[in-house]
Design a protein around this ligand. Structure first.
Ligand code: HEC
Length: 114
């Protein structure tokens, strides 16, 4: 009997973990890595460019971010590089990325960089 209880407990933990991370967040995070954004950006720390968390604190408008990603951006951040060159991603991808970045505003500052 207790075995069954342990089993159910483990199951419910698994479920909780999955619900914490909606698939949109996971997949878009992968996409951001594939597209090389993480060469210059980290979720938490400023690297070449500002951290995604910092960006999420500054904006509410997705469109501004989409435009910056597609067309590049200069001089808005005291970043190590003054400009982000236009990124080779589709508009759909840029929109997903912008949404993902903005969703960070509802999270606590991330514990670990990734
Ligand atoms: C070569 C380095 C580099 C790469 C690669 C890069 N960025 Fe950036 N990014 C920067 C820098 C530098 C800034 C700060 C620009 C500024 O001060 O206006 C920035 C700023 C931004 C901003 C804020 C723009 C604004 O309007 O304030 C967003 C959003 C962003 N990057 C997303 C991305 C995404 C998504 C990718 C991948 C598709 C990416 N970046 C790839 C360097 C980079």
């Amino acid at each position: 009997m207790w075995l069954l209880l342990v089993f159910l407990f483990v199951l419910s933990c698994e479920k909780a973990k999955v619900e914490e991370k909606p698939s949109l967040a996971i997949n878009t995070k992968e996409l951001i890595r594939w597209r090389g954004c993480t060469d210059c950006h980290d979720t938490k720390r400023s690297l070449v460019g500002p951290s995604f968390f910092d960006i999420s604190q500054r904006y509410e408008e997705k469109d501004i971010l989409v435009k910056s990603i597609l067309e590049g951006s200069c001089g808005k951040w005291k970043a190590r590089w003054e400009c982000m060159p236009p990124q080779k991603v589709s508009k759909e991808e840029a929109e997903r990325m912008a949404e993902w970045i903005l969703h960070l505003r509802t999270t606590k500052p991330p514990e670990s960089s990734s």
